[in-house]
Ligand binder design. Structure first.
Ligand SMILES: [Zn+2]
Ligand SMILES: [Zn+2]
Length: 183
């Protein structure tokens, strides 16, 4: 388990953990759309893990309208790209009605212990559930998924409600990811 501390501005294609910027994706990647409103999703986080690279997207159309907090509602999407997959920055779709990129790119500095930088999440360990635990079932094999990372609201435009937390889960055998949030 390690903490993620706010690391300040970084490049849009930085390889380290970050919120915002561009997703790093494999060849042939198609930008995800919301299953509820069909808008292109907002890319919020790039998280390299020991078992792949995660990319997290949420619907930001008329915030609050689509069920972005649900792991299986289709208003968010989390990817897990297998280790060793060649990844390159994706071109974000330009939609006049909805943002697809955050206004800033912020490094998430991995650290073993807290320091004076704000703590904005963690990788591994156990989730700090705000509501009842909601461990998603893997969309591939239906087994309970493994907690991979947690992200806090910060001042970068991510919206998990008031003082919310976002939770990333993965299934290693299926190389799948799921995301939900609570507040
Ligand atoms: Zn939507
Ligand atoms: Zn699975």
């Amino acid at each position: 388990m390690h903490l993620l501390l706010q690391g300040g501005p970084t490049a849009a294609d930085a390889p380290g953990p970050r919120t915002g910027g561009l997703p790093l994706v494999p060849a042939g990647f198609a930008w995800p759309h919301c299953r509820e409103c069909d808008s292109p999703l907002l890319f919020i986080a790039h998280l390299p893990l020991d078992h792949g690279t995660a990319a997290v997207f949420l619907c930001d159309f008329d915030p609050g309208m689509c069920d972005t907090w649900l792991a299986d509602g289709g208003a968010n999407h989390a990817y897990l790209f297998p280790p060793g997959t060649p990844l390159a920055p994706a071109a974000a779709p330009d939609d006049p009605n909805v943002p697809t990129l955050l206004p800033t790119t912020t490094a998430l500095h991995p650290a073993d212990r807290p320091d004076d930088r704000p703590e904005v999440g963690r990788v591994g360990g156990a989730p700090d559930w705000i509501q009842d635990p909601e461990i998603p079932a893997c969309p591939g094999c239906a087994a309970p998924m493994e907690f991979a990372a947690q992200l806090e609201n910060d001042d970068t435009g991510i919206n998990f409600g008031d003082d919310g937390l976002g939770y990333l889960f993965t299934c290693r055998p299926c190389v799948r990811a799921a995301f939900l949030w609570q507040c």
